[in-house]
Every structure is written in structure tokens, then in C-alpha cells.
Write a protein that binds this ligand. Sequence first.
Ligand SMILES: [Mg+2]
Length: 416
Amino acid sequence: MRRLSSNKASAEQLSKGPVVVVPPKHLMAPSGANEVAQAFEAARHEIEAAEIPGTPPTPPETMVTDKYAYAFDIDGVLIRGGRPIPEAIEAMKWLNGQNPYGVKVPYIFVTNGGGKTEKERCIQLSKQLEMEVSPGQFICGHTPMREMAERYKTVLVVGGEGEKCRHVAEGYGFKDVVTPGDIIKDNQDTTPFRKLTKEEYENSRARNFAKVEIEAIFVFADSRDWASDQQIILDLLMSKNGRLGTRSETFDEGPPVFFSHNDVVWSASHDLTRIGMGALRVSLEAMFKAVTGKNLETTAFGKPQIGTFQFATRLLQQWRKDTHGIDSPPDTVYFVGDTPESDIRGTNEYDQHSENNWYSILVKTGVFEAGTKPRFTPKATVDTVLDAVKHGIEREYRKALKASLDLPELAHAIEE
Ligand SMILES: [Mg+2]
């Protein structure tokens, strides 16, 4: 496993095999995060590989607990407006062994945020949290879209800065990726009030859309220009088989639309929440109804969808198998998030299906508004991510203590 400094690492370097990203300060102040970062990177490669090798290696000696794990939402929990939430760095130190119990706890990151590859997210978070992380620890809203590259050839990709999302989609294996810029370049009358900048015009690819059938639409990240993006999506939804310039008479011949998540609001630098991709989805559905009189069916990935939690479970299970020789996920996963509708709802619903326990913790550093009651009730509500980490570690300590005192009825009471 290679180690790359977050000051020098590029997404391209990270695609050349298992890598852990090291913060610049690491050599002076070891974060203790290396073992967990490496092990998840290895586990991720195993679950994404077609063939699993025959004899599993003997698990190495480790201080990292296999009983429980943490899964973190990023925006509003660890990061806000591009900067770490002050308690986040201390919280990660606790997990990496700097706590009164001398335990190390494994963790992954499950974000609905998009527009960057898992690798770019990893480089960024390593810098922000001043610790080692690996791309294998990241699950993004658009991670499941990777599996749709086999099914659809020509696709429209919407959202994000410049050409970023085209590159993410191509990295996922999509063969023919169209952007709204390509469409405006071909016919500038598509969007009466939007002209491409010189740079956008140069980056956009010239082609004749009268001859192209777009098979699916993927909203990878937040739209930077709602009006023109929605016009283009609506044109395709109302077309015959995704061919621009045509109109279906029944309005049910257009391509399907997929969103990488469904969060209506999110927590950015502004004091109040900002509208996000879920709002674009609502808006698009309402417009389709207004224009055609018909209902539009769309699909969203990310939290709270079950697929995201299933993927997280497979990753944690592979990690536990590799590091502890136990072929099942950790008994409890503490999920820390700030959005009741995605983080808390998803965790609670998944907890009802899963063989292990998923324990939802709401923090107040993100979309939470003081004095309101969240629509989905967390198992615990705390101020910051550091309190969330302490809550779980202390709860596990009490559970273990009771179990060792052989008082099953008390241990059970604490479970409640
Ligand atoms: Mg969040």
C-alpha cells in the first residue's frame, strides 16, 4: 500500500492501486489513523473485485475493536463551508486511540455530497482533518451510479463545477457522456437566457444532437444553473427516446432520471440552510406536471436509500473479516449525521432490516434548528461530533463492563 501526501496527491495517482493519503503534518504528529485507513482501502478493493482470492490471510494483531464502528456524514458533521467543525479533529483523535479507554474504533464516511470522485474527497478530507484517510473509506451519493454504466451508453450528466462530473462519470465507466454545455454549443437557442462562457464553449464537445439518443439522465451534483439545466432535462423527458428536438405525444417516451441523493436542504457557510438537489427534483417533477399534466417518476440514490447502507455493511463486513477473521459486520454501527430526512431516517429504517444494530446520532452543527423536533427521531441527539463519539464509546464501555460483571439483565437494560 502506497502513501501519498495530501499536498501532492492527485486523483489520477490514487487510481493506480491501493493508496492511503497522508496529511502534511503527519510525520511530526502521528494521527494513529493509518491502520484503519489501510484496512478499509484493502477491504474496498476486495468487495469491488470480481473474484475473491481463495485462502484468507491470517488477520494481523490489532488494537482496533471489531465490536462496533462509526459511519459519518461529512457536511454539517465534520465540515461546514469548507472548514472543519472545531470538535471534528478531536473526535477523530478519540477514535484513533486518544481516549481514556485505550480503544481504537474503525470508521467510514457516507456522504450525499457529490461532484467529486471518492479519491478527490479523500484528498480534501485528509487535509481538513489532518489525518490519514483512504478512498476506500468513502461512500458518495453517486457511488451506486457506477453500476449503471453497463446499462446505459449515451447519458446526460448534470451538475457540478465545469467538466468535473463528466470526468467522474467517465471514471465510473460511462462510455458516452453528454453535458448541458454540449447541447447549448450545438444549439444556443436551447437556453434563451444562458450563453456559454468562452471556457465553457471550448470545453463543450461539438456534435449533432439531431442524431443522438440520450438513454438516461444523471444528476451527479448540484446544478450551477437551474433554469437552463431544467430546460434541457425537460426537453429530454418530453422527447421521443431521448432525441432532442422531438416531442412525444404521450410524454412517456423520455429517458429515466436519476439523482445522486434527495436532500432538499443542506448546511453550507450561510447561517441558514441552502436548497439542494432534492429541491431540484421536486421542482422538476412539479414542472413536468405543469407542462404535460402527467406525473414524473424519478429515482434518487444516496441516504436514506437502503442501497447506500447495504454497501456500507458489505464494506464493514469485509473489513472485519480481513482484520479480525469474523465474517459478519460489527455488532453496532453508530451513524452520525445532521439531516433527519436522510441520515436519521436511513439509519433507523435500515436498523429494522439489518442483522446488526444501526444506532442513529443527530448532531446540532448542521441543518438542525434549535427548538424544533426532527421528523425522524434519532437514538441520541448531541451537540457536536465529539459528543457523538464519546456517547458511543462510553455506551460500549458500559455494555462491556456489565457483560463482564455477568449481569445480563443490567446489560440488557443499558441496551434499551
Ligand atoms: Mg450533512
